[in-house]
Ligand binder design. Structure first.
Ligand code: FNR
Length: 194
């Protein structure tokens, strides 16, 4: 059975370098034989999580949609911007809303448990957003996600893409491919053997 994977970015910005990276990761994973969809968080606008809002209005439709999509998939890859050495609020907020359940009948953390994730980052800076992946990895591990050890941080990201939005440097393109291939292979193994 074909793998069902998702890539997404922790930025809603139109020109986001993390979105570019997440789209490239989608293309690479398709090349590796998986069925892969890029989800743009800009298409799922969410209010900042607030417990009173949740009590009053329930989980927003956009969060329910995202959760349903994640529940169904075998794994996801996140391209995460680094904000002050952590993940972006838009990503944290989406991950938090998705972690909420409508009622006790729904299994806890259903969108996360057993999923295989890979992390990449892009930043105009010299470390490529690598430091932000540390708290993101920790958080996902704590909610039941298998985060693969391979990761990639794209430094100098504002100058890294050519006109076709491909990585201009073949070495960087190769590094991204290595992570994506490890992600697809791990997800395939887990799906096959449990
Ligand atoms: C940043 N940026 C940034 N970059 C970095 O390498 N390390 C950091 O700690 C931070 N901190 C930070 C905080 C805040 C509040 C903002 C808005 C930005 C810069 C960041 O990498 C840059 O804006 C990227 O372009 C964000 O990714 P997208 O939106 O292009 O995907």
């Amino acid at each position: 059975q074909q793998l069902d994977l998702i890539t997404l970015a922790g930025s809603t910005r139109k020109a986001s370098v993390n979105k570019k990276l997440a789209r490239l990761a989608r293309d690479r994973a398709r090349h590796a034989g998986a069925s892969v969809e890029f989800l743009d968080l800009a298409d799922y606008p969410l209010p900042l999580y607030d417990g009173d809002l949740e009590d009053r209005e329930g989980i927003p439709a956009a969060a329910q949609e995202l959760k349903a999509r994640l529940r169904q998939c075998d794994g996801f890859l996140i391209a995460s911007p680094e904000y002050n050495s952590s993940l972006s609020p838009v990503l944290k907020n989406a991950l938090d809303w998705i972690s909420r359940r409508k009622d006790a009948d729904e299994p806890p953390l259903a969108a996360y448990r057993g999923k295989v994730a890979a992390l990449v980052a892009a930043s105009p800076g010299g470390l490529g957003g690598l430091r932000g992946l540390v708290p993101l990895r920790m958080m996902l591990g704590n909610i039941g996600v298998h985060v693969i050890p391979d990761q990639f941080a794209l430094a100098g990201a504002f100058d890294a893409f050519n006109d076709a939005d491909e990585l201009a440097d073949p070495k960087q393109a190769e590094q991204l491919s290595t992570v994506v291939e490890a992600w697809v292979a791990t997800a395939a193994r887990l799906k096959q053997h449990g």
